[in-house]
Design a protein. Structure first.
Length: 131
């Protein structure tokens, strides 16, 4: 094989290997983004379930409190306190849920940023020194 042909083949193989390394890095970024998204969604689901449960129990306790308000004084205070505690817990969990939803990053943010940098680096006008 001629030295020029061999050199071209080596360069092509080198470019192919570099492309595979870049693709592997991007897939690893995608996997990290998916894992972060899964954890964030699981946390939000847990907060939503806890908030809904506390709200339902608060309503149930308030109904019992109203129904039993003509019973002895002790039951009245205990059921009222239970309804208040559960309502406060539902409000606090709802606030936590909204805050966590507002703080979340966009889906696949790291991967999109890396791909943008790759695209900018491959623009025809850029040199290796500028990158």
């Amino acid at each position: 094989m001629a030295p020029t042909t061999q050199r071209v083949l080596e360069e092509a193989l080198s470019l192919g290997a570099q492309g595979l390394r870049i693709a592997q890095t991007r897939l690893e970024l995608l996997a990290v983004d998916l894992a972060r998204e899964k954890a964030a969604l699981a946390r939000q689901l847990g907060l939503a379930v806890a908030c809904g449960t506390c709200a339902a129990l608060a309503v149930f306790a308030a109904i019992l409190w109203a129904a039993l308000s003509f019973e002895p004084h002790t039951r009245f205070i205990v059921l009222g306190a239970l309804a208040i505690v559960l309502a406060i817990a539902a409000i606090a969990l709802g606030v936590l849920f909204r805050r966590s939803a507002a703080r979340r990053e966009r889906l696949f943010g790291l991967l999109i940023d890396a791909l943008k940098r790759d695209s900018e680096a491959l623009e025809p006008g850029r040199t290796r020194e500028a990158a």
